[in-house]
Design a protein around this ligand. Structure first.
Ligand code: HEC
Ligand code: HEC
Length: 460
């Protein structure tokens, strides 16, 4: 822990004017030239409102502000400023506070968390019960995916719509993902937002730990990001059902998506930020299993949710690839494009405005939606019928990009989320028993992976 130091507001002003005005504005009112398109908006420091506190009153400690400046606010555009010397960060604390000296003049009152409860099955069970009993699910949803019935109506103190946190994605929590941070947010709330303080609402004080343990059980602390989409080779039939056990046995790779901000209409506040991809192939077909969170299932025409897997029309022979944003006039792309209510189509695109279905499309799809999450299987024949669609060939590296849109949030291509190009690789068929890896092979595989990863790191 860093000991609090008295910062000098004047020295802080100089750093602020170099690093912070773009978003927070010269007057500290959150109206910097870059603020307009950010969601959440940069904080208006004149309000004296701080989301991340370890106090029971509205006044944060200097440590709290120092921490948030150093670590940033995950899931928002507020960067981590740990690149600045520690001294400068203390000066910034003093300067930022000076915008609301009057509102922050009360002394901070430290929150006393009850004695920590270690995670256990019993604690998680109690946490889940409390989650329902005190209606966290009204906002956060049954499984924590930000899809509760109140989610569309929520606004922050500055009248901007605000989404409840997706509790399965702890890495997006403003105040940090560790259990102590989560227990603290539950106990004293997130000021300036509809997230109330529950310190007094829970039945017993230690319930904040049971709730934190329950939340920690909903998802990993950080996503397992894929660098490559590996398509598992199987000899059996591949099930269409996205909930089939088959899919659970394949390790997913998580792919982060960004809002499309290159062409109009731009998407500065994308709804979909991550898609988990699993894939399998056999001698006849290739299948993609996609999982992503979307708080509302929408399938009405013009408002439907959708996703597209994009490939070059033919496997590339060199490093050139079409423009990742749906190709351009000279180099088109091929897409497997699924829209809820309409199913999957094979299309070509020569830019966002030029999408045309390919005659005789034969891809199929099956979807399941539950508790704010889509699971979708898209299948296609391995071989291509003609030159407008690419064949999929074992061991070759095939570019792939992903696009997705949340119709319920007013998104439709090109106002969507997207990735640039990734690579896909069909694993070569191995011996017949694929899910049983002999221990010696496993050890060798890990040893080789270790060397490869180390080599890659030292090169980078
Ligand atoms: C790219 C835009 C951007 C820049 C640059 C930026 N911030 Fe922020 N900052 C934000 C946003 C957005 C929020 C609000 C996030 C939220 O409300 O969830 C924020 C919030 C904050 C908060 C409030 C923390 C809390 O607990 O509520 C502090 C303090 C802060 N910023 C300090 C700084 C300082 C100091 C600098 C310069 C060293 C800086 N910021 C630069 C975007 C920015
Ligand atoms: C009235 C709606 C509402 C209720 C009820 C509610 N929350 Fe929240 N919660 C929110 C909103 C909105 C946010 C997002 C705040 C933000 O983005 O700054 C949030 C954020 C969170 C966070 C993330 C904190 C962070 O650091 O970003 C956690 C954890 C959380 N809530 C847990 C809970 C638990 C547990 C309960 C029940 C005890 C609960 N919430 C009840 C609306 C609610």
């Amino acid at each position: 822990m860093v000991l609090a130091q008295a910062g000098d507001a004047n020295a802080g002003k100089a750093v602020y004017e170099r690093k912070c005005v773009l978003c927070h504005g010269e007057k500290g009112d959150g109206k910097g030239p870059g603020a307009e398109n950010l969601d959440p908006r940069p904080r208006d420091f004149t309000s004296g409102v701080y989301k991340v506190r370890t106090t029971v009153n509205k006044v944060p400690t200097d440590q709290d502000i120092f921490r948030v400046i150093s670590k940033g606010m995950p899931g928002t555009s507020m960067p981590a400023w740990d690149v600045l010397p520690e001294k400068d960060r203390w000066h910034l604390v003093a300067y930022v506070k000076s915008f609301a000296a009057e509102k922050l003049k009360e002394a901070p009152k430290k929150l006393d968390l009850p004695k920590e409860v270690a995670p256990s099955e019993a604690s998680i069970k109690r946490g889940k019960e409390m989650f329902e009993a005190i209606e966290c699910n009204k906002c956060h949803g049954t499984e924590g995916r930000a899809d509760g019935p109140s989610h569309p109506e929520l606004k922050d103190d500055w009248s901007h719509p605000i989404r409840p946190a997706n509790l399965t994605k702890r890495w997006t929590f403003r105040g940090g993902a560790d259990r102590t941070a989560v227990a603290t947010r539950i106990a004293n709330g997130v000021l300036g937002t509809p997230m109330p303080a529950f310190g007094d609402a829970v039945e017993k004080p230690e319930d904040v730990w049971h709730l934190a343990n329950y939340i920690a059980s909903l998802g990993p602390e950080s996503p397992r990001l894929a660098t490559l989409v590996t398509v598992t080779a199987v000899t059996d039939a591949i099930p269409d059902d996205p909930n089939a056990d088959f899919w659970r046995k394949i390790a997913p790779g998580a792919i982060p998506l960004m809002g499309q901000v290159i062409v109009d209409p731009r998407n500065f506040n994308p709804s979909i930020d991550l898609i988990s991809v699993r894939a399998a192939w056999n001698d006849r077909e290739i299948a993609f299993h996609l999982t992503w969170d979307d708080p509302t299932e929408s399938k009405d025409a013009g408002k439907s949710d959708g996703v597209a897997l994009q490939f070059p029309p033919q496997p590339p022979t060199g490093p050139e690839r079409p423009y990742f944003l749906m190709g351009d006039a000279s180099d088109g792309v091929y897409q497997l494009r699924w829209e809820h209510g309409r199913g999957v189509a094979e299309v070509t695109a020569n830019g966002p405005g030029k999408v045309a279905p390919i005659a005789g499309g034969e891809a199929t799809a099956k979807v399941a939606f539950a508790n704010g999450q889509y699971r979708l299987v898209i299948k296609r024949a391995l071989a291509s019928k003609d030159a407008s669609r690419p064949p999929f060939t074992p061991a070759a590296f095939m570019p792939v990009a992903v696009q997705a849109w949340d119709g319920g949030a007013g998104e439709a291509p090109p106002k969507m989320s997207l990735t640039s190009w990734y690579y896909l690789r069909l694993e070569e068929p191995q011996s017949s028993r694929r899910f049983v890896i002999p221990p010696v092979v496993a050890i060798l595989t890990f040893a080789v992976m270790f060397v490869v990863v180390r080599a890659a790191r030292s090169r980078g």
